[in-house]
Ligand binder design. Sequence first.
Ligand code: FES
Length: 165
Amino acid sequence: MTSESQSLRQTIRQALATRQNGTVTVLSSLLTVEDTLGYIPPEAIEEVAELTHTTVNDVWGVASFYTNFRFTPPGQHVVEVCWGPTCHLLGAPAIVKAVLDSLGLAADGDTPDGGVTFKYNTCLGACAQAPVMAIDHQLMGRATPQSAKELVSGVRAKQVTGAGR
Ligand code: FES
């Protein structure tokens, strides 16, 4: 096992051991890993199987059933636009277009340089501030196409200088 893999396992074990959620299931464990790392590495599949006393195949079965899980590391920065009903009604489509145009993407996913991952969110939990977007989990309410473009430019600038990490 490489030291990188060991360190990843340590992070996964710590996240699973310290979560607030009381019910331990395969799905809740995978969600904890996804929240912590932004993706599900093979090490997590093994750790979750051990923790929940099931098999690696069973855990893969659950993980692959849900299209929201990703199995490769996300970009250096993650931009999310809420696509929930409130945000949708209050302007999310225009925000999405501004973000996609700024990133040079046609749909959700990663920029070719791997710097930014763009994804939809079904509700960012701040409906009163709709439309809402988030950059690296930091919420921005009452977004406009112009503010979205500026935020994405800011992320790109951080990516170039490496100031974001
Ligand atoms: S619907 Fe967008 S934050 Fe809830």
